[in-house]
Design a protein around this ligand. Structure first.
Ligand code: THU
Length: 163
């Protein structure tokens, strides 16, 4: 038996004003995206802003449904909209934030496994990693470079090849 380890890396910033100005702006756009969250069931709003190489900002927010599994996370709402509408634009960075009236969120919200898998697909498609900012309004901000730092064992296309 050989024990193996994988290290993942991310940066922590104590507040938004410690980020580069362009990243501060994207985090603030993610807060705007919260307004369109449809989350009557969880009462947990998630907002996402994605910056494209063209300069466009695409927004996403969680969209819940009375048939619970039919809803979708904010990250995939934004990424699928980009895939469908701006397939040739490049994703540069993503900011994700969350808000609820039920309690104070004091730690960054990390994307679910399905959203990470979808992010990985678009990174692979554009052959370039993007920066992911987890913006906690009342706590630290994490900057993660590339989905690999979240999900080192993600499902790769190569796994579909038998030979
Ligand atoms: N949610 C997101 O939109 N993104 C995440 O990264 C985690 C969870 C949503 C799904 C659901 O509408 C609510 O948050 C509670 O799980």
């Amino acid at each position: 038996m050989i024990k193996k380890e994988i290290n993942i890396a991310f940066e922590e910033f104590e507040s938004i004003n410690k980020l580069e100005e362009k990243d501060q702006l994207l985090c603030k756009e993610a807060v705007k995206a919260l307004e369109n969250s449809h989350s009557p069931y969880s009462k947990f709003r998630v907002g996402v802003a994605v910056k494209l190489a063209s300069g466009k900002i695409i927004y996403g927010s969680n969209q819940e449904n009375v048939a619970y599994p039919s809803g979708l996370c904010a990250e995939r709402v934004a990424l699928f909209a980009i895939g469908a509408n701006y397939p040739d634009d490049e994703i540069v960075s993503i900011a994700i934030t969350a808000q609820t009236n039920e309690f104070n969120i004091l730690q960054p919200i990390t994307p679910c496994g399905s959203c990470l898998q979808v992010m990985a697909e678009y990174e692979k498609k554009q052959s370039k990693e993007f920066d992911i900012f987890l913006y906690c309004v009342n706590g630290p901000i994490w900057k993660v470079k590339g989905v690999n730092n979240f999900l080192p064992f993600l499902f790769f296309e190569d796994r579909l090849n038998k030979g």
